[in-house]
Design a protein around this ligand. Structure first.
Ligand code: NAP
Length: 284
């Protein structure tokens, strides 16, 4: 009866493992990864590794045991909806005690294209009859702060207008996942997880300018212009359209925040965007 974390080798997965090891002994934690070499640093911390790709039902069948609590971290590939279904089927077959899923802020109310796979996955979990917790994660600060080099050179570009973003640091979301995985009373619950405060991309650019001492402005483009910029930067057209759809959702207030579940779960305020900008600038 372990706590099993899928996609453990990703940014969020590594942070969840780290947060779990601050709360429970390593022999209670299992990491599922598709790449053993990438999982080696996690194994070095005393965590059992089970190798399974989301595309490999036979391997997934070996990834879970009766009574496990499973964190399904959403994938990134175009067929992730089917991949998640395969994970859920394997978890159900194994008889896990609960499945925890990293979904999207707003759940079924998130009407933009990027959210559709999350809504379908929530429904698949409900249909499975497994006890569940949905972690409806808002945006990571790192979605923006990972782009700081380009932002300092070209400015901040988007089509979100004055829409506000209640993002939080990946570490905050990881801490919430660890709390929900190790604690009681989270069954049949969906948490909307977002930062305590929100900001517009104009305010984000102003804070980056203030901290860097450089001129940085936000250029608000039309959706078509925004798509062209993203395609020009190398994104395939369908992916560019997904991001334009996200900015449209931001413009309509869908990522502006839905309460304080995140700070309540982690027992502290969420990380301010200014702190994540400072961390990103100092690691350049
Ligand atoms: N809320 C947000 O702002 C936001 C932003 C970006 C992404 N996300 C979602 O949150 C998830 C976690 O974010 P992250 O920052 O940790 O992403 P990440 O660092 O790119 O990690 C993605 C993880 O998914 C694993 N994975 C992908 N395809 C897989 C497959 N077929 N089988 C098994 N594992 C697979 C990767 O394995 P490898 O390590 O082997 O590559 C990696 O561990 C993402 O996958 C995405 O669904 C949310």
């Amino acid at each position: 009866m372990s706590i099993v974390v899928t996609a453990a080798t990703g940014h969020l997965g590594n942070l969840v493992i780290d947060e779990l090891l601050q709360r429970v002994p390593a022999d209670q934690v299992v990491a599922v990864a598709r790449n053993a070499a990438k999982a080696a640093p996690i194994a070095d911390r005393g965590v059992e590794i089970r190798i399974a790709d989301y595309n490999d039902p036979a391997a997934l069948a070996q990834a879970f045991r009766t009574g496990d609590t499973v964190l399904l971290i959403s994938g990134l590939e175009p067929n992730r909806r089917d991949q998640h279904q395969a994970v859920i089927a394997a978890a159900r077959e194994a008889g896990v005690a609960r499945i925890v899923y990293t979904s999207v802020l707003g759940g079924p109310e998130a009407d933009f294209d990027l959210a559709a796979d999350h809504i379908a996955t929530e429904q698949a979990i409900l249909d499975s009859g497994l006890p569940y917790t949905f972690l409806r994660n808002g945006w990571y600060h790192e979605v923006y702060t990972d782009q700081i080099a380009g932002q300092l050179e070209h400015g901040v570009v988007g089509s979100a207008g004055d829409g506000r973003i209640a993002s939080a640091a990946r570490r905050d979301f990881a801490a919430a996942a660890a709390v929900v995985l190790t604690g009681d009373g989270h069954e049949k619950t969906a948490y909307d997880l977002n930062g305590d405060t929100n900001y517009s991309l104009t305010e984000y650019a102003a804070e980056l300018a203030r901290q860097s001492g450089q001129e940085v402005a936000y250029s608000n483009l039309s959706p078509a212009e925004h798509a062209q910029v993203l395609i020009g930067a190398g994104l395939p057209e369908p992916v560019a359209q997904l991001f334009v759809g996200v900015d449209d959702a931001i413009g309509r207030g869908l990522l502006a925040g839905r309460g304080s579940d995140l700070s309540r779960l982690i027992g502290r305020p969420t990380t301010p965007i200014a702190d994540s900008i400072a961390a990103a600038l100092s690691s350049r």
